[in-house]
Design a protein around this ligand. Structure first.
Ligand code: HEC
Ligand code: HEC
Ligand code: HEC
Ligand code: HEC
Ligand code: HEC
Ligand code: HEC
Ligand code: HEC
Length: 418
């Protein structure tokens, strides 16, 4: 009897803990969730039996991990925050507390040694390449917490949009962050008077949220494909799924452009309506002449705007087929594997007599890193912080592939390595 009671108690605590950590709150496999176009989502678990290799790669990617539930693994600055905390303004400090039911940002008044507020970290935004931000629920309303983690300087900072001093209120988060950092989310219907819209634009139907940029964000809702292939397992032709080889270059580019055009796109808050096969100019953006704000393509900031920069490059202009997947495998974690990117350049430029101003040795072009000179790391104007006296900027690869003036250092480095 005593044992049974203990078992029940353990079970209750287990369920309670799972619930408070949030796993049950969002979209679950088997649930009917309809896209605006009438198709239904199945969740990426349903792809495993037939596309296991892709699935296994994909779950390690920055896309899949770009919005997650908090854990010791997903929270990058967690140990530092638990041990040291971090100052906010002159008299306050934040620290992270790990409790049995989750992670909390705790705000303290240092001089009075008093806890002022504690907010649960419900969602982590960012896989942790450059930074992470944190969202918290108040019932079905979503807010951003005051502090974010900035990876280049390994520091906790004021979230972009928050002032340096202590914020009186948390910042409401509309659907726009999720449009690029999640697979799907529906806001709760509300009356559209201007006053009310502003008041409740951060209200969500939690069961409609699929976190991470998952399979169905790029390939479209796939429940029909899953049902068909399960019913006819011998059919080796994929049905009810958009075929890559039937897409134009523009359609392929637009799938990535939806999220990789930086701040140069026109925001519509209808980005979740877009699915693979649509073109931005005549779908979501049909009311606009162009979906870019600026005519000056190459002047685009390097942060998050790979599309415009690539489109301004000769490699793109002078070929009919180059798109993002010429160099990137959309399913894989490839960061840091410059040798593989190098091989992509050589694929097209092999046999060509290019000296790059380097000494003529036959091996020069196989051993040199094309990317370092022709897609240099550039400082982002969008992701930067003032750290005491110095400005720390995130460095991103410029997707404007061209001839840059090489520094003597860089040339010498390569020449010495030959
Ligand atoms: C019961 C088996 C099965 C399941 C489950 C399944 N697929 Fe497929 N899928 C196939 C087969 C068979 C093909 C055709 C062969 C191929 O391209 O691999 C295919 C092809 C595809 C293609 C290629 C389309 C093209 O360009 O030709 C995509 C994309 C795809 N599936 C996505 C998904 C996603 C996303 C899921 C999960 C939501 C999923 N599939 C679940 C069997 C399945
Ligand atoms: C729904 C929005 C969305 C779409 C669609 C999308 N991306 Fe991304 N992508 C992101 C976000 C957000 C990140 C940053 C992820 C992070 O680190 O948290 C990212 C990161 C990346 C990275 C960097 C990966 C790394 O390891 O740091 C590459 C490369 C990339 N995307 C390529 C593509 C390509 C190619 C396509 C089109 C096939 C595409 N993306 C479509 C949102 C998107
Ligand atoms: C137009 C699409 C888009 C919108 C809207 C957007 N992001 Fe991003 N975000 C991206 C992309 C793409 C990246 C990766 C940038 C890169 O590597 O160039 C990124 C990067 C990030 C990162 C760093 C991730 C990492 O792992 O390094 C954080 C944190 C982040 N975004 C938070 C937010 C928040 C919070 C909002 C809403 C206020 C938001 N983003 C809105 C597309 C978007
Ligand atoms: C960031 C966007 C993105 C995400 C997320 C994504 N894919 Fe893809 N997928 C693509 C693109 C782009 C192609 C075309 C690749 C090419 O032409 O090189 C593709 C091709 C495919 C193909 C057919 C070609 C092949 O490699 O066999 C299948 C099957 C597929 N994806 C399944 C999936 C599954 C399953 C998931 C989730 C586990 C997933 N994809 C997640 C963008 C994505
Ligand atoms: C799909 C094929 C293709 C790929 C892949 C490719 N290029 Fe190119 N690239 C071209 C073409 C075509 C031109 C134009 C040549 C011309 O004008 O004669 C070009 C031009 C260039 C130029 C001269 C640009 C200028 O403004 O004068 C450089 C530098 C260059 N590529 C470097 C690279 C590097 C580095 C990579 C890999 C990161 C790469 N390319 C990948 C096809 C490609
Ligand atoms: C150390 C820096 C550096 C490296 C590494 C490098 N390049 Fe270059 N590249 C240059 C410079 C500088 C020029 C301009 C040379 C000139 O004007 O004589 C150039 C010119 C070019 C051109 C256009 C000129 C032509 O002759 O057609 C192409 C294409 C090119 N590089 C491709 C590549 C590829 C592919 C790789 C890798 C195999 C590579 N480069 C590696 C610095 C570099
Ligand atoms: C000619 C090859 C090439 C093409 C085409 C290309 N990329 Fe990249 N991309 C790279 C290289 C090289 C890197 C640096 C990878 C690294 O640092 O590990 C990169 C990095 C990225 C990153 C991470 C940004 C950063 O600097 O941290 C994103 C996001 C990305 N690419 C998106 C795209 C998108 C979207 C497209 C299509 C518009 C695209 N790329 C087309 C070669 C390419």
């Amino acid at each position: 009897m005593f044992f049974i009671l203990i078992l029940i108690a353990v079970f209750v605590v287990y369920v309670w803990q799972k619930k408070s950590i949030g796993t049950y709150e969002y979209f679950e496999k088997g649930q009917q969730l309809e896209h605006f176009n009438g198709l239904t989502f199945s969740g990426s678990d349903a792809c495993i039996p037939c596309h296991e290799d892709i699935y296994k790669q994909h779950i390690t990617s920055a896309h899949f991990l770009t919005s997650t539930l908090p854990s010791d693994n997903t929270l990058k600055g967690i140990h530092q925050a638990i041990s040291d905390g971090f100052k906010i303004g002159k008299h306050h400090s934040y620290a992270i507390d790990k409790k049995w039911n989750g992670f909390f940002q705790i705000l303290k008044n240092d001089s009075l040694n008093e806890i002022i507020r504690q907010d649960k970290i419900d969602i982590v935004i960012g896989s942790g390449v450059k930074g992470q931000s944190f969202f918290s629920w108040e019932n079905d309303k979503l807010f951003q917490l005051q502090t974010s983690y900035f990876v280049p300087s390994k520091k906790w900072i004021n979230s972009p949009g928050y002032k340096e001093e202590l914020a009186a209120k948390l910042r409401p988060i509309s659907v726009s962050c999720l449009e690029c950092h999640a697979t799907f989310a529906q806001t709760t219907p509300h009356k559209q008077t201007k006053y009310e819209f502003n008041k409740v634009k951060n209200k969500f139907n939690k069961k409609s949220i699929i976190w991470g940029v998952d399979c169905e964000r790029c390939h479209g809702p796939a429940a029909k494909h899953v049902a068909y292939q399960n019913k006819f397992p011998k059919d080796t032709i994929g049905k009810h799924i958009v075929k890559q080889n039937q897409l134009s270059r523009q359609q392929k580019m637009d799938m990535c452009a939806l999220c990789h055009s930086g701040s140069h796109r026109k925001k519509t808050n209808k980005e979740f309506h877009f699915v693979l096969g649509d073109t931005l100019d005549n779908f979501v953006y049909k009311d606009f002449k162009s979906y870019y704000k600026s005519k000056y393509k190459a002047a685009a900031d390097v942060h998050g705007n790979q599309v415009e920069l690539l489109e301004a490059s000769k490699c793109f202009e002078k070929t009919a087929t180059m798109d993002c997947t010429t160099c990137h495998d959309a399913h894989a974690k490839e960061r840091g594997n410059l040798a593989s990117f190098n091989a992509k350049c050589i694929n097209c430029h092999k046999g060509q007599d290019i000296s790059c101003g380097l000494p003529a040795t036959s091996t020069a072009h196989n051993t040199n890193n094309c990317v370092d000179c022709h897609m240099p790391l550039s400082k982002s104007n969008a992701m930067k912080i003032q750290d005491n006296d110095s400005l720390v900027q995130v460095e991103v690869r410029s997707h404007l592939i061209k001839i840059y003036e090489p520094t003597t250092d860089k040339l010498n480095k390569y020449i010495n390595n030959l």
